[in-house]
Design a protein around this ligand. Structure first.
Ligand code: PBG
Length: 342
């Protein structure tokens, strides 16, 4: 047997493997999502081992560590006091709300660390949805987009570098772009959650923020004397069907035309085909979100000694980059930064 081609020659030593490596994961690609609440204490999140709900005081040192590790950006997610939630998510446009306060604090002390804010109503909405639920139990697109524009403007006014609509309402990128531009925020970028799937992998995140839609049909629940409105128990009328691939191309075309600066696919590992498709379809930078359920699976498997956390995490992030992601939102960002630059 004399094979002419012996691919193993290019795998023979660490040095040759370094020379021929096709994907180089770098700390430059990482975005670290941080959870916030209005309490004075920093509270570990049971559903997300290793992650914390930060107080405003605790946020700053954590962000400083993130910046010191060379991570270019953080993404902020608020857990809102239930007393501040209503069916329109009005608190989302409060200029003195938790997120605007956090953005001002970060930009004042760490001006070079990019701050990305999530634009969606679910943390603020008593009904647990990213848009406004009307009396018939339908999520109303256009009034929701109006609320999202106000929220995005509030974040831009506070100094957010990028606003990231994660709601999947139609037309929101164009509407937010116009709102920002007419209010002197031409330099605030839009990172659009373009292909966001109705995924079971968001479970731990909704736990962390207490932002899940109701799990029971209203007919099963006791909600006081007035007949309750039928609140949908999932997000399938706005987030994408996990079975669909072509539809992501349509969303990407729309977001690109509406002025998005960066497109996102979410979750990441179960949707690498979509990521690869969009990589070939658009010249825009692509983000992927390695979401809470993907992170929790690795943490729990590692805790059970079923796999090595470092190797499995770096392999996951490398696969996401290989599929076409330029930037990766990951709860493992600080560990990954240390593993990449020991
Ligand atoms: C809400 C939002 C979600 C995530 C980011 N923004 C959850 C959802 O859509 O229900 C999920 C992130 C994660 O699971 O890590 N607009």
């Amino acid at each position: 047997m004399h094979p002419l081609a012996r691919p193993r020659r290019n795998r023979a030593t660490p040095a040759i493997r370094r020379l021929v490596r096709e994907t180089r994961l770098s700390v430059d690609q990482l975005v670290y999502p941080l959870f916030l609440h209005a309490d004075d204490t920093d509270t570990p999140i049971a559903a997300l081992p290793g992650q914390t709900r930060w107080s405003l005081q605790g946020l700053l040192p954590r962000a400083q560590e993130t910046a010191d590790l060379g991570i270019p950006a953080v993404a902020l997610f608020p857990k809102i006091d239930p007393k501040l939630k209503d069916p329109t998510g009005a608190e989302s446009a409060n200029p003195d709300g938790l997120i605007p306060q956090a953005v001002r604090l970060l930009k004042q002390h760490l001006p070079d660390l990019l701050v990305i804010t999530d634009v969606a109503l679910d943390p603020y909405n008593a009904d647990g949805h990213d848009g406004i639920v009307n009396d018939q139990g339908l999520i109303e697109n256009d009034p929701s987009v109006e609320a999202l524009c106000k929220q995005a403007l509030t974040h831009a006014d506070a100094g957010a570098d990028l606003v990231a609509p994660s709601d999947m309402m139609d037309g929101r990128v164009a509407a937010i772009r116009q709102t920002l531009d007419t209010n002197h925020h031409q330099n605030t970028a839009i990172l659009s959650y373009t292909a966001k799937y109705a995924s079971a992998f968001y479970g731990p995140f909704r736990d962390a923020l207490d932002s899940a839609p109701p799990t029971q049909k209203p007919t099963d629940s006791i909600r006081g004397p007035a007949p309750p409105k039928p609140i949908p128990t999932n997000k399938s009328t706005y987030q994408m069907d996990p079975a669909n691939r072509r539809e992501a191309h349509r969303e990407a075309d729309l977001d690109a035309h509406e002025g998005a600066d960066i497109l996102m696919v979410k979750p990441a590992l179960p949707y690498l085909d979509v990521l690869r498709d969009l990589r070939e379809l658009t010249p825009l930078p692509l983000a992927a979100y390695h979401v809470s359920g993907e992170y929790a699976m690795l943490q729990h498997a590692a805790a059970a000694n079923a796999l090595d956390l470092r190797d499995a995490t770096l392999e996951s992030l490398t696969a996401i980059a290989r599929a076409g992601a330029d930037l990766i939102f990951t709860y493992s960002a600080p560990e990954a930064a240390q593993w990449l630059n020991p």
